[in-house]
Structure formats: C-alpha cells, structure tokens
Design a protein around this ligand. Sequence first.
Ligand code: XIL
Length: 374
Amino acid sequence: MFTRRQALQLGVGATAAASSVAIANSLSKQSQLDLTDVGNASLRERAAAKGILYGAAIEWAELSDSGFNQQILQECNILVAENEFKFGRMRPSLDRFDFTASDRLLGFARRHSIPMRGHTLVWHLALPDWFEEQVNRRNAEQVLTNHIQTVAGRYRGQIHSWDVVNEAIEPSDGRRDRLRRTPWLERLGDGYIELAFQAAAAADPEGMLVYNELGLEGNHSDAETRRRKVVELLAGLIDNGVPVHALGIQSHLTGGADYGQFEHLRPFLSDVASLGLQILVTELDVSDQHLPADLQERDRQIATLYHDYLAVLLDEAAVIAVLTWGLSDRYTWLSSHAPRQDGNAVRPLPLDDQLNRKQAWNAIARALDQAPPR
Ligand code: XIL
C-alpha cells in the first residue's frame, strides 16, 4: 500500500474521483440564495468569531482616501500589499533595494495592529527591466537567495505569511512536469522552488511560508490538472523536507462561468489539508466582465459566486484566511485587466465605488457566519 503522501504524489488522491459526484450535487441544489438581513457586524468581527482572518489587498496611495482607509480599518483583520512587495518594486538595480513603499505599508498595518502578508518573493512577473540582461545562470542562485534573505530578513517576525513562490505551474507551457517556463526556472531549473522556501525559512523562521497559485477553482479539466499538480508539488516538497506551511488559492473567479456548486473542490482541499498544510484564499474577486449590464442581476450573480465559493472553502477547517483583491470597486485591478465592453464600471468587490456594502458583502458575511469555528 501507498502512504497517503505517496498516493497524492502519484496523483491518485481523492481529487480525480470527485467530478461525477460534483455534477450530481450541483444539479440537485441550485441555491435560491437569500442575502437579506445579514446584520451590520463587520467582516473582521464575523471572521474573528470563527477564528478566521478576513482582509484585502491595498496600495499605499489608496490609504490617503480617508473614507476608504476607514473602511479598511473597519472590515479587515489582515492586509496584503497589492504591489509594493513585488521584486520589481523593491529593486531599482541589481545591487540596490528600495523599501520606501513596503516600509510605509507595513508601518500602517503595524500601527493598527493588523497582520500583513508578504506578496511575493518569487514570481515570473513584476521583474525589473534590468533582470533579463543582468541575471544569468551563473548568478541567478545568488540573486534569488540574496533577494529573499534581504527582504524576508528585514521584515523577520513582522509578516503573517509570505507568498514565497507565486504561480509556478502552467500546464499549457508544455513541460512534462507542468511547471511554468519562468525566468527563474530557465536559469536555475526546477530546484528554484525549493531554494526559495529554504532561503525564506532561514531569513524569517517565524513567517508562515505559502505556495500561491492561480486557476485552481474551475470545474473543468484544465483546473483539475492544475489542482493535481499543486498537490503533487506540495507533497514532493514536504517529502524532501522543504519548509512549506500553506497553500494560497488565488481565487480570481469569473462571473458567468460554470463552477457547479464548487463541490469539486472538497477533495482537493482535503488532499491539501491531509498534507498538514493550511490554506488561504489569497486574492478573491469576481470578474463581471461578461455578466449582464443590469445592476441587480449583475450584483446577484457576483454575490452568488462569492457565497457558493466561500461556503465550500470555509467548510474546510484548514482554511484560515480569506482576502479579497481589494475592498471597494473604487480601486480594483479589474478596471484595467478585465474591463466591460459596454463601458460600464466593473463591480467585482464587496463594497461599491461609493463604499456602500453590496450583495457581495452580504454574501461574504453570510458565508463567514455559516463557517464552522476553527
Ligand atoms: C496585480 C495587481 O493587482 C495589479 O495592480 C498589477 O498591475 C498586476 O498585478 N495574481 C497575483 C497578483 O498574484 O500579484 C496580481 O496583482 C493579480 C494576479
């Protein structure tokens, strides 16, 4: 017999068997969701009552908007910098670091005693212009470990959790191992992931070390492939004694896509939990790019996805935090990354652009209220 971990590495965990069950379940319970009367308590209070963290991604410039700033403090008990901790933002050149922006944001969080996540130490995007020319096979290992030592070392003991490696998997890149062809992988081979976690653990022994990934939520074979690869990757790291503590599930959802009732995620979540890992929902939002223009209908569909997704995720006790990628539609990356063709403003987040609570806010509130306590 295989041990549980060996079975997961071989891709014969519970994940594959689940999809037929998922379809049957989703057909039988199309929810008619009632999101009225959820009450006024903030998301942070509701989350805290269950031993969960709720928070949002912010940028420094948004905090000078006092109404928005107030909402952040009211709703969030965890924060993440949307951009200020990325490699390119911190590295004006190969031999210099600039911590002005990251220091400021962390300072804000610490003044208000809100834990902050570190996003992200290693990623294929947000690399500076000088990277391509100046980082090569000879110095890449030194550049990677020096970056992690310096950044995670500077903030040692002050960061709730580090996204050590972000988005390392991309089946469509055509590698047999399904890893993404990234500038780091090209220079260092697949060992760069392990190297990054080792360096992060050495630099900040207290920080929770997270592997963060996209595209894991869907009810189709591409997402299933990604889920299987994530479990295999994590099981392999753990087998090799690599310090990895949690999986970050980005959770950029697409309104109008068929997710069933997300039942297909249950076996995946339990596979990850059975590896001894915690799980964070790190970048939740719902793109309404393809939803009808009608505001009520649009908000209803967005809210339903928020609720149905979080109902399944929060049912797994290993899920300890939910962060939305922004808090208000006033500030969302989707305005530029996934705009609507009809020119209407996008509405992917819990608060509208006037900072009013939307159905999506009610949906998150309800899902937190229904979550089993940690
Ligand atoms: C996005 C930011 O929201 C944008 O402001 C920036 O222009 C590009 O990056 N997955 C991630 C995040 O891990 O870092 C990305 O953030 C969104 C997708």
